[in-house]
Design a protein around this ligand. Structure first.
Ligand code: 2P0
Length: 354
C-alpha cells in the first residue's frame, strides 16, 4: 500500500432532501453543465440518509474498493454506477484511490411512489465525499469552499442533486443577471425572499409509481438538436428572472404563472422531441384542471409543477394548509394511485448526523 499521512478510517452520515425545480433544468453540455440555469425548492420530508464508512486500502486481493447497500441489501446496479462515478473522480481527487468505502443508503419515501430519488441520494453522496475530503485535509469543513465542493460533486453525480445541498430556494447555473450564480455548483438564491414565500407546502400527488419509460438522461440528450431548444433556453433565462422578482416582491400571481408555465414547457419539450414521448397521464391533467379551478374559486394561490413524470407537486402557502388539505382529501386523492400522496414542505437543507 502506498503510505501517506492519510491513514484514517471512519464513518460519515448525512441526511439530504429531494428538491423540486420551479424553473427546469432540461438539456446539458459535457460535463454536467446545464443548458440553462434552474431554480428549485429544497424539500424536507422526502430525504435520503447515507452513511459512508472508509478505511485505507489494504493489500488484500479481491476486496472491492466499494460496497453499496440500499436499505440493507446489496444493490449491484447502484454499486456499479457509484463505482463508475468514483472512478471518474480519481484524476481530480487521487486520494479516493487509497481508500475503500462502504456506503449504506435508505430513503424516507418508498421507492414505489415514483418520486425521483437521484437528487436526494446523489446529494447525500456528494456531501459524504466532501466530508471525507475535508477529513483528509482538502478543505475546512462547513466553510463556503466545503459547500461548493459538496454541490459540485453532487452535480457530477446527477445534475439536479447539486441544488439539494442548500435549503430554501436554490439556483444552479450561470445567469448573466445574477453575478454569484455558477454552472459548476448551486447557491441559495442571492436575494432576500419575501416572508410570504418562506413557508411553502408541497403536496406530492402520486398519480403513478410505475418506472418511467424514458429516463431523464435520455430526455436531456433529446434537447440536442431539438427544434425549440434555443427558444427554450432563452425562455428559462427570462422565467428565472421573473420568478426571482416574484419571490422578492411576494407576488403570488407571477409565481403561479411562471411555475405552471415552466412545468408545461418541460412536458411540451418531451412531446416535441424526436422521438417524442409523453410522461403525463390522464389523471395528471385531471389534477391540473382541478388545481386551476380551485384557485379561481377560492383565490388561494395553489399551483402545480411537474417533474419528469406523471406525479403532480401541488405548491401552496402554509397559511392555507387547513383548507387545502381538506380539498386534497375530498377531491384530488381520487386521482392518485391508491390515494397516495406525500405531505412535504420547503426545508432547511441537508444535515450531518453524528
Ligand atoms: C430538474 N429534472 O430541473 C429537471 C426537471 C427533471 C425535470 O434534472 O442526467 O436526474 O442526472 O443530470 O438531474 C432530472 O434529471 O439528470 C432533472 P442527470 P437529473 O430537476
Amino acid at each position: 500500500m502506498k503510505h501517506t499521512q492519510n491513514t484514517i478510517s471512519g464513518k460519515i452520515t448525512w441526511r439530504s432532501p429531494s428538491n423540486i425545480a420551479l424553473v427546469k433544468y432540461w438539456g446539458k453540455k459535457p460535463i454536467q453543465i446545464p443548458a440553462n440555469p434552474s431554480l428549485s425548492i429544497t424539500l424536507s420530508k422526502a430525504f435520503t440518509e447515507m452513511s459512508m464508512e472508509f478505511e485505507p486500502v489494504k493489500e488484500e486481493p479481491g476486496l472491492p474498493a466499494l460496497e453499496f447497500l440500499f436499505e440493507g441489501r446489496q444493490q449491484e446496479k447502484f454499486e456499479k454506477k457509484i463505482a463508475g462515478f468514483l472512478n471518474s473522480l480519481y484524476q481530480e481527487y487521487p486520494i479516493l484511490k487509497e481508500y475503500r468505502f462502504k456506503i449504506s443508503s435508505s430513503n424516507t419515501f418508498p421507492h414505489s411512489t415514483g418520486i425521483a430519488s437521484s437528487a436526494s441520494s446523489m446529494s447525500a453522496l456528494g456531501l459524504c465525499l466532501a466530508d471525507f475530503l475535508s477529513r483528509t485535509g482538502r478543505m475546512e469543513p462547513d466553510t463556503p469552499a466545503f459547500w461548493q465542493e459538496a454541490s459540485g460533486l453532487s452535480r457530477l453525480a446527477s445534475g439536479s442533486a447539486c441544488r439539494s445541498v442548500f435549503g430554501g430556494f436554490v439556483i444552479w447555473g450561470h445567469h448573466p443577471q445574477l453575478a454569484a450564480t455558477s454552472d459548476k455548483y448551486a447557491i441559495p438564491v442571492p436575494f432576500e425572499v419575501n416572508p410570504a414565500f418562506r413557508e411553502m407546502k408541497d403536496a406530492i400527488l402520486v398519480v403513478s409509481s410505475k418506472e418511467k419509460e424514458v429516463s431523464s438522461r435520455a430526455g436531456h440528450s433529446l434537447m440536442e438538436g431539438h427544434p425549440y431548444a434555443e427558444k427554450r433556453f432563452e425562455t428559462a433565462l427570462n422565467n428565472l428572472m421573473e420568478l426571482s422578482r416574484a419571490l422578492i416582491a411576494g407576488d403570488f400571481d407571477k409565481f403561479v404563472h411562471v411555475t405552471e408555465s415552466e412545468a408545461l414547457n418541460l412536458h411540451a419539450l418531451m412531446m416535441t422531441s424526436n422521438p417524442s414521448y409523453i410522461l403525463i397521464e390522464p389523471n395528471t391533467i385531471n389534477i391540473v384542471n382541478r388545481i386551476r379551478r380551485f384557485r379561481k374559486e377560492t383565490s388561494i394561490p395553489a399551483c402545480f409543477t411537474l417533474d419528469a413524470g406523471p406525479n403532480v407537486h401541488l405548491l401552496y402557502p402554509a397559511a392555507d394548509e387547513i383548507k387545502v388539505r381538506k380539498w386534497i382529501s375530498e377531491e384530488l386523492l381520487a386521482f392518485c394511485e391508491q390515494g397516495r400522496w406525500i405531505d412535504d414542505e420547503i426545508g432547511k437543507g441537508p444535515k450531518r448526523i453524528n
